[in-house]
Every structure is written in C-alpha cells, then in structure tokens.
Design a protein around this ligand. Structure first.
Ligand SMILES: Nc1ncnc2c1ncn2[C@@H]1O[C@H](COP(=O)(O)OP(=O)(O)O)[C@@H](O)[C@H]1O
Ligand SMILES: [Mg+2]
Length: 364
C-alpha cells in the first residue's frame, strides 16, 4: 500500500540546560500531531549530546525514561543532500530512513541557537522555525538588543560585560546603571543563571553566577511594569499573530521555578493593556520579528513600563511548547487549536501555502 504520510522527524532533549523543558514540549507535540498525516521519526538527544532513535511513546519522553529503552539505536541526520534522512547504527550495519521535514523541539543551547539549524540547512532538510542566522542572533541577548536598538526600538538600559573585561577589572560602564539590575548570561533561557541585584554586593555575586553559564553577560536595569508576550507565526509576507498575554509578577522575577510552577505570578490572556497599547505592542513585535529575520514561528517578549512605554526584551525562537505553554495558548485564543498550529508549522516548513487564517499582518 502506498504511504502518503509525511516523514516528520521530531528532535527532543538536547545538550542544554533546558533539556527537561524540551522533554515536556516534545511529549506534547508528539501527542497532538495527527498520525493520519505524519509518520513520526523520534530522535532523542541526551544531555551529553548522544543522538538516539526512540521507538517508545511520549510518556517515556515526558518521564525521562526514553534513553534507557533497549531498542534505542545510535542515529544521526546526514548532512549529505543526496541522502536526506536518518542513519541508524544496528550492530555493524546501518539502516536508512528518509525524512521530509524536521521539527526541532529543543530549547536553548545546541538546539535553539542556530547550530542545529545550520546542520539542517546544510542537509537541505526543511525544518520548523527560524533559520541559523536568526536563531543565533535571537539566542544572543547582547547582539539581538543592539540590532533592535539600531532599528529605533527602545531597549532597557544595559551594558555588555565579558569574562575577560571582568577579570581585567574593566567594569564596562556598570556604575552608570541604576539598581535594581538583572545579570544575565548573554545566551541563556528559562532564566537559568539570571539573578536580580539590588546593590553592589548582589551585583558581584550575580556576575559570578552568570559567568558560570557564559563568558559574555548582559546587565540591565529593571523595568517596572508588566511583561507582554506576542506569538508570531509565518514568514515575511504572511504573518499570523496570537492574542497577547501579560505576566503579572508578585515575587521577584519570572525565574525558572516561577515559569514552570506559576506560584506567585499569573498569566493574563488577553493582556489587560487596552486596545491602543495592544496594537502598539503587536506592531512592535512584528517589527522585531522581521528585523531579526525570523520565520516559522517565535515568541516576542516585551516589557510595558508603568508609565506606558514598551521595550524589547527578547525573542524565543523555540518557545515552550506544551499544550499549556504561553505560545500555544496565545494561538488558541486567536482561533488556532494546538493540532492545527502544529499542521500549520509543518506546512510553513514545507513551504505550502497556509489556508484558513484571516488574521494576516500584511499591510499593517
Ligand atoms: N530589564 C528587565 N526588567 C524587568 N524584568 C526583567 C528584566 N530583564 C529580565 N527580567 C525578568 O527576568 C526574566 C528572565 O529574563 P529574560 O531576559 O527573559 O531571560 P530568559 O531568556 O532566561 O527568559 C524575565 O521574564 C523578567 O521576569
Ligand atoms: Mg524570557
């Protein structure tokens, strides 16, 4: 019998501090992908960076048991364009499975930062999400902020500090920044390695922590207000935007625990910022998406200060993707249910014309 299904590879896990987050996202993606359309090829990447083909179900991924399944085989994607697919090592033989599209459900380093995207571009394999350049730019908060600032979009006052500068006693203009400040590894995610400093002692401690994660830091002034998220889907000409959300914080900041427990913070969907600010935030998010060369999808995060000013915070090119995550929720609120969102993302990757969506950002 002919098999008309799309051979879709899902990459999950990853040699990243956000490995666990990826397991949750990937389990949700696998659970909601329509098996009458896709034939799934699951590829797990361990924390150490081993690639394994996985034949089990999504619970094994969610519960992080997947890598101990006895039928896992060593596997890798070929960079060779004449052999587009997965090679598995079975004893001394190899097995080849053709692949038509890849959905990297990986967060942070080695997955969301352009490295993997570079491999997929080399292989000429269509994939979901931003390309290598845009992924790399969005991963680096220092570079993303300087490009956005050059576009005339406000960014919080910040300095960039390298490990070498710090070691040499160069404070890079830090004394000009008013407290409180956030000390961030330039390439971080899920708030890992980020601290908030209210004075010089906390600043020094925060720098030491952040330097354990990266040799380049962004230190920036706290914007008093709320955080606004904007889910964007599509490429240049045709962009679809979700309903904006708002994060209201009771505690210190949206740190790793808060992001996945929501103990003291709440997410408001839609954001309670009125029509004018909503339109302004939406347009700013689209400008940011285009400026940073995003395609496929991304979540653009902004701050709205108490005095009504919008600032760029960051772009997440592979945002959290469980069925309860912000990006899918914002899209659902705009009429795009999770399974349809997944279909749309794969169609984007395969360059098929999107259908049935009327919320086009064109001409705004
Ligand atoms: N300039 C700032 N003003 C207010 N809050 C901030 C600022 N920078 C960071 N934060 C807080 O820290 C969190 C994590 O920072 P962010 O830059 O988004 O890093 P990550 O990539 O880890 O999500 C934000 O969600 C926000 O709660
Ligand atoms: Mg963030």
């Amino acid at each position: 019998m002919m098999n008309n299904k799309i051979n879709l590879a899902i990459l999950f896990g990853g040699a990243s501090t956000e490995h666990e987050v990826s397991l949750s996202s990937a389990a949700a993606v696998i659970e909601h992908l329509d098996r009458s359309i896709y034939s799934l090829i699951l590829i797990g990447i361990t924390r150490e960076g081993r690639w394994l083909r996985y034949l089990g179900d999504e619970d094994g991924i969610r519960e992080d048991r997947w890598h101990s399944y006895p039928d896992c085989t060593s596997a890798f994607l070929s960079p060779d364009r004449s052999m587009k697919g997965l090679f598995e090592l079975v004893g001394t033989e190899y097995r080849f499975t053709p692949i038509e599209a890849v959905f990297p459900v990986l967060h942070g380093k080695n997955g969301e930062d352009g490295t993997l995207q570079g491999l997929l571009e080399l292989a000429d394999l269509p994939f979901v999400g931003c390309g290598s350049l845009s992924s790399a730019v969005c991963m680096d908060k220092a570079i993303a902020k300087s490009l956005i600032e050059a576009e005339g979009i406000p960014v919080p006052p910040a300095v960039v500090l390298t490990a070498a500068q710090w070691a040499a006693g160069d404070r890079a203009g830090l004394e000009r920044l008013p407290f409180p400040v956030y000390v961030k590894p330039a390439r971080s995610g899920s708030s890992i390695g980020i601290t908030k400093a209210h004075g010089p002692a906390e600043l020094e401690a925060g720098i030491a922590i952040a330097l354990q994660h990266d040799d380049k830091l962004v230190i920036e002034t706290h914007i008093d207000g709320v955080e606004i998220g904007c889910a964007v889907l599509g490429s240049e000409e045709e962009l679809f935007v979700g309903v904006l959300d708002e994060i209201e914080l009771e505690g210190s900041f949206f740190d790793y625990d808060e992001k996945y427990s929501l103990r003291t913070s709440s997410i408001h969907l839609p954001a309670r910022i009125g029509d004018t600010k909503t339109a302004e935030a939406r347009n700013m998010a689209l400008r940011i998406y285009r400026t940073l060369g995003c395609k496929g999808f991304a979540r653009v995060d902004l701050f709205l200060s108490r005095d009504g000013r919008l600032y760029f915070n960051e772009v997440n090119t592979i945002p959290g993707f469980t069925a309860a995550s912000r990006y899918p929720n914002m899209m659902r609120a705009a009429g795009l249910a999770f399974p349809d969102l997944l279909n749309r993302l794969v169609a984007e990757a395969l360059n098929k014309r999107p259908e049935g969506l009327n919320n086009r950002a064109r001409g705004e």
